[in-house]
Design a protein around this ligand. Structure first.
Ligand SMILES: [Zn+2]
Length: 217
C-alpha cells in the first residue's frame, strides 16, 4: 500500500499510480507553466475528482500549485506549479500530538464553517468533512507554527482560506438564529453546549440559584 517513491510523504493516495500521482508527475514536468482545467482533467484520466486531487497535492504534500486565488497572473481555471520543491510543510512535519491537540481544542470542528469531522459537509452533503490544520495568521504574514496559531479547517474552507477573512458569527447573530429555530433544534443546541461546557453549566446554575435565594431577578 505504501508509496515508496515518496517516502517522506504520508500518502493518503489510495493508488500510487492513481490520478494524484499522474497529476503530480504532470505538474513536475511543467513547472512554471500554466495548465488549464481541461488538460488536468485529461491527465487525471478524465475523473470528475481531479480538482480534489490537485488540492491534496497542495494541502497534503505541500506542492506550490497556484490558482487565481494564489497568484494574480492566473485566470480562473488555470493552475501552475511554481516550484519543483514542495514547501517545507507543515502537514508533513507537524507532530501527531500537535495535530491531535489542535483538533481536540477545536472540538473536531472546522473553525470557519462549523462542519464536524466525518460529517457531511454543509456546502456539499455528498462530501465527508475532512479536517486539516491551518494557520490563523498565515506564515507569509508573519504567523508561526506555534500551537496558538493553529486551527482546524475543513478542506473546503482551507482551500479558500487564503482570501477569506475569518468572520466568526457573533453572539447577537447566533442568538437571533437560535430564537428563530424550532424547540427541538434549540434543545439540540442546549445539549451540545452542556456537553461542551459542563463545568460552566454547573457554575451558571449555582449562580442562578444564589441570585434567586438573594431575591434578585
Ligand atoms: Zn469549513
Amino acid at each position: 500500500m505504501s508509496d515508496g517513491k515518496h517516502p517522506t510523504r504520508k500518502s493518503s493516495d489510495p493508488t500510487p499510480n492513481g490520478a494524484r500521482a499522474k497529476l503530480r508527475a504532470y505538474f513536475l514536468a511543467h513547472v512554471g507553466e500554466v495548465a488549464d482545467a481541461y488538460t488536468l482533467r485529461a491527465v487525471a484520466g478524465g475523473i470528475t475528482e481531479w480538482a480534489r486531487r490537485v488540492r491534496e497535492l497542495r494541502q497534503d504534500e505541500g506542492w506550490d500549485i497556484r490558482t487565481d486565488k494564489h497568484d494574480s497572473r492566473l485566470k480562473p481555471g488555470q493552475y501552475m506549479l511554481a516550484s519543483d520543491k514542495p514547501r517545507p510543510t507543515f502537514a508533513g512535519t507537524m507532530s501527531k500530538e500537535t495535530r491531535a491537540y489542535v483538533l481536540d481544542r477545536n472540538g473536531f470542528t472546522c473553525q470557519m464553517c462549523g462542519a464536524g469531522a466525518g460529517e457531511p459537509h454543509p456546502s456539499d452533503p455528498s462530501l465527508k468533512t475532512r479536517l486539516h490544520i491551518g494557520h490563523i495568521v498565515d506564515l507569509s504574514n508573519g504567523g508561526t507554527n506555534a500551537r496558538e496559531n493553529l486551527r482546524a479547517l475543513c478542506s473546503v474552507c482551507n482551500e479558500g482560506a487564503q482570501n477569506a477573512t475569518l468572520n466568526k458569527p457573533d453572539s447577537a447573530w447566533l442568538l437571533s438564529q437560535i430564537r428563530r429555530a424550532g424547540g427541538l433544534e434549540q434543545i439540540d443546541v442546549l445539549k451540545w453546549l452542556i456537553r461542551k461546557y459542563p463545568d460552566r453549566v454547573r457554575g451558571l446554575l449555582t449562580e442562578l440559584d444564589d441570585r434567586e435565594s438573594a431575591g434578585v431577578k
